[in-house]
Design a protein around this ligand. Structure first.
Ligand code: AMP
Ligand code: MG
Length: 370
């Protein structure tokens, strides 16, 4: 067994003394000849009903055998996830889609060819082999073929079908590196495969193909425009962007307050100069009350703020950089004990739709307009 980081090892030793928990194995995927052995071990654990966290191109996943109801139950328990919130089944071969889901009109095949392997999940009618425990009692199943090489090799070693939600405690920001997985999951799962920082940093796009018109249930890296090029008209579940909506989102998980940091977060929207002035004013007032303050800024504005901790998500022009940094920054604020945070708002076009969706959820839809 090897550890990825001295700091993390100290943290884990401390936690193991606090609570008597199961031993979690940590394995660094370092490109050496030993990787194959580690993946074989992960596959054995998964086949035996155990849980393994692993890197994907979006965020880290918490994997269990998707066809074993007991594994899915364990995933819900480890995350503290409500059992009506279904899991995404990850596959590593196009041909395996047909074993678990129906594609009556060929649309699944069409978008699989366009976007798989990659950060796109589709909802389809499930076949009987997929247990209700994995789909939260639904007759549909969410399926994704990730592109990350460690994910693909691990899924193969596990027999081809791995149910995996994000590898965080329910309600916390999804983990973008193995140290954040360890923070939430050490002592609760069998193994963590450390494949370094993830590439995208936000969860996959989810598209529902069970209705006549395809609908995006969760925005992500694959945008509405990209899907429309392949499928024709695609709608977006409006309940996920509109805080005032009283309707239930179609993806059960989108109704929960997700991705949240421990402190209070608000998004400040408006003309850039006024946003800076408003955030500085709010931070000053919070500091006067003795609170530790934080600002989520951009490269263009980072030098203009006064707060205890000011972090840039990257250039406002670079949506990929913003997506990549958002969850890491929310976790860093937690580590620093930041109590009150303010964020600038971002464009909600293209991938910005996914960024704003996650940011607004992290803020519990608390928006201040200036
Ligand atoms: P996570 O596993 O943390 O990435 O979250 C998976 C998301 O997919 C949750 O919001 C689930 O509610 C959603 N999901 C999974 N399966 C289905 C399904 N069959 N129908 C609708 N949404 C689903
Ligand atoms: Mg999640």
């Amino acid at each position: 067994m090897r550890c990825f980081d001295d700091g993390v090892e100290v943290l884990l030793q401390k936690r193991r003394k606090e609570v008597k928990t199961m031993k979690t194995l940590y394995e660094v995927m370092d490109g050496s000849g030993e990787d194959e052995e580690k993946l074989k071990r992960a596959g054995e654990i998964l086949k035996a009903g155990g849980l393994v966290a692993f890197p994907t191109e979006t965020v880290y996943g918490l994997g269990g055998d998707a066809l074993n109801p007991e594994s899915s139950r364990k995933i819900y328990a480890a995350k503290g996830r409500p059992s009506d919130n279904p899991l995404i089944v990850h596959i590593c071969r196009f041909s395996d889609l047909d074993r678990i889901a129906w594609d009556p009109d060929g649309r699944a095949e069409l978008i699989a060819r366009a976007f798989w392997p990659g950060p796109l999940t589709m909802i389809l009618k499930k076949k009987d082999v997929v247990p209700q425990e994995t789909t939260g009692g639904l007759s549909t199943v969410a399926v994704r073929f990730p592109s990350h090489p460690v994910a693909r090799r691990m899924i193969d070693a596990a027999g081809g079908f791995v149910a995996a939600p994000s590898a965080n405690t329910s309600g916390r920001p999804s983990p973008t590196s193995a140290r954040y997985v360890a923070e939430d999951m050490d002592g609760k799962i069998d193994m963590i495969l450390d494949g370094g920082d993830v590439g995208i940093g936000l969860e996959s796009t989810i598209v529902d193909l069970t209705e006549e018109e395809p609908m995006i249930l969760r925005p992500g890296y694959v945008t509405q425009e990209m899907l429309e090029k392949v499928l024709g008209q695609v709608s977006v579940d409006r309940t996920i962007l509109d805080a005032a909506s009283t309707q239930r989102p179609k993806a059960p998980g989108m109704k929960y307050r997700h991705y949240a940091p421990k402190g209070e977060l608000a998004v400040v929207e408006g003309e850039p100069g006024r946003v800076v002035a408003c955030i500085n004013d709010l931070c000053r007032r919070a500091q006067e009350e003795g609170k530790k303050t934080g600002v989520i800024a951009t490269d263009e504005t980072v030098s203009l703020y006064h707060a205890d901790s000011i972090k840039s998500v990257g250039s406002r022009e670079d949506e990929e950089a913003i997506a990549h940094s958002l969850y890491r920054i929310l976790r860093e604020f937690d580590d620093e004990g930041t109590e009150v945070m303010y964020s600038e708002a971002f464009s909600s076009h293209g991938m910005g739709q996914a960024i704003m969706n996650r940011l607004l959820k992290a803020a519990g839809h608390h928006v201040i307009e200036v």
